[in-house]
Design a protein around this ligand. Structure first.
Ligand SMILES: NC(=O)c1ccc[n+]([C@@H]2O[C@H](COP(=O)([O-])OP(=O)(O)OC[C@H]3O[C@@H](n4cnc5c(N)ncnc54)[C@H](O)[C@@H]3O)[C@@H](O)[C@H]2O)c1
Length: 253
């Protein structure tokens, strides 16, 4: 295996791993030798994902829970250390999108949900992951923001606010822990064809979104995961604090 994508001595924690990017990333990591610790709020689906990876001979531990709970964030890190002895890589991927709504009509419960899951979920994850990585004097964190974390996102302003906060946490953490050999980056995908998008759009809606990208299409989930793998590569050792658009050219316009 090319050493740039050889994860065979790595322990990788992934939240939101029951489906979408998280599930594909778990498979990509185990195919390249990593032990994975998987979390998701969807308990049955998480079990299915984890058990099917285990059936391939992969090293897998999993625990269902809500990333908005600080205790759960600690439990996931404990699981990694108890099962596999360390935590090399953590991917704070779990997230939710709100229903479309103009900013001036956005209600408080929508804001609370966005900040509880998409912001506190990342903050709680990072704080326990970093505490463990400080003990090891090494580690890599990848947060999943969005193109909505880099610019305005009409009718999903609460999501944009939360994903901008993920960029703030990523950059702050990167600067704070760079000298402790902990790298922290984020990915910022444009619309990709996971359930988050397909469940709330029809063919026509997706064509409309695709027209907004220079590449005139939405991302395949595996394209986003391929970029995650590149950022997490053991060869990628000097990049930190970066929030990378995966967007078919949108941010180049
Ligand atoms: N699909 C896109 O177009 C797109 C674009 C930009 C960013 N993102 C981000 O990518 C990440 C992954 O999303 P996806 O596209 O794979 O969607 P998805 O809905 O398929 O996956 C998200 C996963 O997160 C889990 N989750 C949600 N809330 C949780 C909670 N409170 N605790 C634990 N797990 C929880 C869900 O159960 C689900 O399995 C999210 O952070 C999302 O905001 C997605």
């Amino acid at each position: 295996m090319d050493s740039m994508l050889n994860f065979s001595d790595k322990v990788v924690l992934i939240t939101g791993a029951a489906q979408g990017f998280g599930k594909l990333l778990a498979a990509a990591m185990t195919e390249r030798g990593a032990a994975v610790v998987l979390g998701d709020i969807k308990s049955e689906q998480l079990t299915d994902t984890a058990e099917s990876l285990k059936a391939t001979g992969a090293k897998v531990a999993y625990l269902a829970g809500d990333v908005a709970s600080n205790d759960y964030a600690q439990q996931l890190v404990n699981l990694a250390v108890n099962e596999f002895g360390q935590l090399d890589i953590a991917v704070n991927n779990a997230g939710v999108a709100p229903a479309f709504s103009p900013l001036h009509l956005t209600d408080e419960s929508t804001l609370d949900k966005q900040f509880n899951v998409n912001v506190k979920g990342v903050q709680f994850g990072m704080q326990h992951q970093i505490a463990q990585m400080l003990k090891q004097q090494q580690g890599v964190i990848l947060n999943v923001s969005s193109m909505a974390g880099l610019g305005g996102a009409p009718t999903i302003s609460s999501y944009a606010a939360a994903k901008h906060a993920v960029v703030g946490l990523t950059k702050s953490g990167a600067v704070e822990y760079a000298s402790s050999n902990i790298r922290i980056n984020a990915v910022c995908p444009f619309f990709a064809l996971t359930n988050m998008v397909t469940d709330v759009s029809d063919e026509e809606g997706r064509k409309g979104l695709a027209r907004r990208a220079p590449m005139k299409r939405l991302a395949e989930p595996k394209e986003v995961v391929a970029t995650m793998m590149l950022l997490l590569s053991p060869a990628n050792t000097f990049m930190t604090g970066q929030c990378i658009a995966i967007d078919g050219g949108v941010s180049a316009m």
